[in-house]
Design a protein around this ligand. Structure first.
Ligand SMILES: Nc1nc2c(ncn2[C@@H]2O[C@H](COP(=O)(O)OP(=O)(O)OP(=O)(O)O)[C@@H](O)[C@H]2O)c(=O)[nH]1
Length: 554
């Protein structure tokens, strides 16, 4: 059964002249889940009140983190109160997430995301928050930031949706959109983008109702250095576009971008005209240009155009303005069509591919926390911990584990930027971490020179000087250095027992500090010193130490 759309428009000519909002109620079977109320985009308002943000604003939060916020300042702040509600909370539970979820819901609604989208989002975040594992060293609020980030990415379509190019013949990109949304500017920006990709391009003036639009396109074409195809205002847009495709073929042009007429509101003539162009040239891409400042209305518009003519995606303009975020967050979810590009200013280079991941980071303004959580997840896998715990319990911590742990500490080094954020880690200085990274290369070469058996049974090395000499020769280190490494492993076994007690919660990361001490300890100490120091802490097995100590002396 073919779907039908009913548009009920109510706007007096006088009101239209004043550009007051025209209301349109869409009823369509596909919109069952997303009842939307469309009002004509607040074009005049958005143009008049455009307050361009001055780029990134840096703010320092109470937590001591440097947080960045861009256009979605209000949304970012709203979400921030959700994280704040988790201060002092140890774990995410049904009870502890009630308040933060309420804040997230409020923040999204205030950002003009439609209610059904917000409901689904909040329920999905709650589910993930309750089902998430406790990760050592990560505070509940940091965990929630990460969950919300991942959900935002999904909400916006997950992956970047790049332009599609025709397999043969010129790629035809048809642009549609209401008046004043930035369509003509986008035409030129796209041409600029295509040129950067090394594609030849031509602009097509198919807005036959406004001679000024043709002039504007001609000027912009000159600005970006691409030809503009025009047949004036007397020919039908479908005809012009068809002829333009032929012209592009003759001149071996890779892509054409077609500028069509914008209207103050969705009307039948506009849709019919677009359908005719579509039928005449079968465009590779049909992109609807929408104004980000219109919030969820932008998402509803994309839905309507998709139902009416079938589009391949949307371009969101004026994201540098007062956008609250609703459009960027809702378009994909509501319409099923991806946002392909975003406009962030009036210059030709201000058009970028839409990356859901980057956008989510911008919304949250917490890139640092996110990369920290990701890195910590990578470094401190729970399974690894369990495995390590078992090994320590059975005193089987060997050179393979030693290497893994050393690598982990070095990995943490790459995040020394956020070191202060890690509970218990602030006592480890970035300089120490850098030292650990250097040490890793040193240690790795010796461990690589060991046989698999020696790595698993360090006792073999402790008991045999020949083995140590062989490892030293193969790794181009001194025998003394190898002896020291072996001694260090046994020392670590002893210290690991201490670490075990701290394996749960934040304390475990603090244990990394001990690990660091252990790695750095005795590094420059002469053989034998390690032994004395060790006696002060928990002593490892005497036989092992004697063997290594003896080896050092021998
Ligand atoms: N700040 C900002 N302004 C933009 C952006 N894109 C377009 N504009 C401005 O928006 C105004 C309208 O852009 P046009 O390209 O003329 O819009 P249009 O959709 O072609 O309008 P009609 O031709 O009337 O249908 C111009 O002043 C553009 O410079 C953007 O991403 N950011």
């Amino acid at each position: 059964m073919e779907a039908t759309t009913t548009l009920t428009l109510s706007s007096s000519p006088a009101a239209a002249a004043r550009r007051s909002p025209a209301r349109a109620t869409i009823s369509h079977p596909h919109l069952r889940h997303y009842p939307v109320r469309i009002s004509r985009p607040r074009v005049a308002q958005s143009l008049a009140s455009r307050r361009l943000s001055s780029g990134w604003r840096r703010r320092r939060r109470g937590s001591g983190l440097v947080v960045r916020a861009e256009t979605f300042g209000q949304l970012t702040t709203g979400l921030e109160s959700a994280w704040n509600k988790l201060r002092g909370v140890d774990v995410l539970t049904k009870e502890t997430i009630v308040e933060p979820m309420r804040d997230i819901r409020r923040a999204l609604l205030e950002a003009d995301v439609s209610l059904p989208v917000v409901r689904r989002f909040v329920s999905s975040v709650s589910e993930k928050a309750l089902g998430s594992d406790v990760i050592r060293g990560i505070r509940p609020e940091q965990q929630l930031v990460k969950i919300v980030h991942d959900e935002l990415v999904q909400l916006m379509g997950g992956e970047v949706s790049d332009l599609v190019f025709a397999k043969s013949g010129p790629t035809v990109i048809l642009l549609a959109g209401l008046q004043g949304v930035g369509k003509t500017t986008v035409c030129a920006k796209l041409a600029f983008y295509l040129k950067k990709l090394g594609k030849s391009c031509m602009l097509v003036a198919a807005d036959v109702y406004r001679p000024a639009a043709i002039d504007q396109l001609t000027v912009l074409g000159e600005q970006v250095g691409v030809p503009v195809y025009s047949e004036g205002t007397a020919v039908k847009p479908a005809e012009i576009t068809k002829n333009a495709v032929e012209e592009a073929k003759r001149n071996n042009i890779d892509a054409i971008v077609v500028d069509t007429a914008g209207r103050l509101q969705i009307d039948k003539t506009m849709m019919v005209e677009l359908k005719e162009v579509k039928k005449a040239v079968n465009p590779t891409e049909i992109l609807l240009v929408v104004d980000a400042m219109t919030g969820q209305e932008a998402a509803a518009l994309v839905t309507t155009f998709n139902i009416e003519i079938g589009i391949s995606g949307a371009i969101l303009t004026k994201l540098d303005g007062d956008s609250r975020g609703g459009a960027a967050l809702s378009v994909k979810e509501v319409s099923g069509k991806p946002i392909k590009f975003v406009g962030r200013g009036e210059r030709m280079e201000d058009l970028e591919l839409f990356y859901p991941d980057r956008m989510a980071q911008r919304v949250l303004g917490m890139g640092d926390v996110l990369s920290f959580v990701e890195k910590a997840q990578e470094v401190v896998r729970q399974e690894d911990t369990m495995e390590l715990q078992k090994k320590i319990m059975s005193a089987k911590f060997d050179f393979n584990d030693f290497l893994k742990q050393t690598q982990n500490v070095a990995k943490m080094g790459s995040m020394s930027r956020v070191i202060g954020m890690i509970p218990g880690m602030n006592k480890v200085t970035p300089a120490q971490i850098r030292e650990a990274e250097k040490r890793l290369a040193f240690v790795e070469s010796m461990i690589n020179a060991m046989t698999a058996e020696e790595r698993e049974k360090p006792e073999l090395l402790a008991e045999s000087r020949e083995r140590r000499i062989r490892v030293a020769e193969e790794s181009e280190k001194t025998e003394q250095e190898v002896s020291q490494l072996v001694a260090q492993l046994f020392q670590m076994r002893a210290q690991m027992k201490k670490l075990m007690g701290m394996m749960q919660g934040q304390e475990a990361i603090a244990g990394m500090g001990d690990l660091m001490d252990s790695l750095n300890a005795d590094e420059k100490a002469p053989p034998g010193t390690a032994r004395r120091r060790r006696r002060r802490s928990e002593p490892p097995r005497q036989r092992e130490l004697d063997a290594v100590g003896g080896a050092s002396r021998s």
